[in-house]
Design a binder for this molecule. Sequence first.
Ligand code: SF4
Length: 419
Amino acid sequence: MSCLKPENNAPADTSPHGLDFNPVDVMQPRNPGQTPKAYKNGGRVKSNDVAPKGMYVPNYNILTPNMRSPEYVQMSTAAAITLGIMGGKMYRCSCTRCLNLLLTYPEGCRANCAYCGLARHRESERDYADRNFIRVDWPAVPIDQAVDIVAADGENTPFHRMCISMITHPNSDQDTVTVLKKWTDRIAPETVPVSILSNPTTMERADVEQLHDLGADIFTVALDAVTPDIFDRTRGSGVQSPHSWKKYWEIMNDARDIFGHDKFGAHIIIGMGETEYEALSLVQQLTDIGGQSHMFCFFPEKGSLMDHLPATPRDQWRRVQLGRYLIHFCGQRIDHMTFDEQGRVIDFGLPKSEVDTIIDAGIAFRTSGCPGKFRDDVSACDRPYGDSPPSDIASYPFQPNKKDIRKFRRQLGMPKHTN
Ligand code: SF4
């Protein structure tokens, strides 16, 4: 039984460094350690070679089965609860609208991104299928079982979208194709469209074309870092990881050509040392080329190389959430906004009444991602508590209420005066 509910931790509104944003000098990952040879490349799981028997829920007290995509995929705890294969309740939301599937291999992801719970440096400490990712466990399930359940539900499925998350592994390009085919053979794209969260490092333009031709609807690139320097420090040579900013942009531009306007985009993590001006400049750049921007609030993932660092102060996060919404959905431009000498937004460049209306609607503060069936600015991918504890929600996986909106106003320093 799983329960995603509030913890008794103090809210993270104030940061240990005393600022209302995460400055670059604080946000430095620690160095990855050495992994004993026997633990490298999934050595422990492969030498034990325990045969999987259906669903596997992460459990550090039993030997991890030898599971491999495309036969097996992992899914978020929220998706497993919604699919009905795991018990549990989620704080203030009854289900998730996105079935996030993650490719799985005993060797795991071969990259070493500093903020990520799936990173390679964890080989010695935890088998891949047992690692926490965006704060939750990811049970492993036979792909055929997941497809059977969604196909049987037909139009009544609670899912508005499915997403295949590739990882950095030599088989992930081919296995993504197999998983996509298994899905589209049984489930119509109009019923549950498919997004691809890509791994550009192993991909070429022809791979992007193939996924489009096979019926994928949206293609995103997990750029994650806002600037080339932060990219290199957190997921490139700074942490012995293979990714490059240039390659990520190459594949994003291929996706722009192939998938077209509003059918491609980037994931961006806020609070890893970039300024608000830099973050919103990237949102503007993506919007100008017809792309989406899906934002995540930095959270110190347990076991990652950044687990000693502060979560993004909510003040910074709310300003960037609101700025992104105004740029992407309301036609506002960054050159009409004003920033202070530390790159913080001090004016969104619109009449107060217009900004008030957007804040009070609350949608700007919901989780951002690929859209579902409700409206374009409401994401199917709601990732319940993927970037914060329920006690201090960063991305709202449900419609915020009046009390939540009063809290956003306090965090934004924009209280509503009634007179
Ligand atoms: S490539 Fe993705 S899954 Fe792999 S370590 Fe980096 S962020 Fe995590």
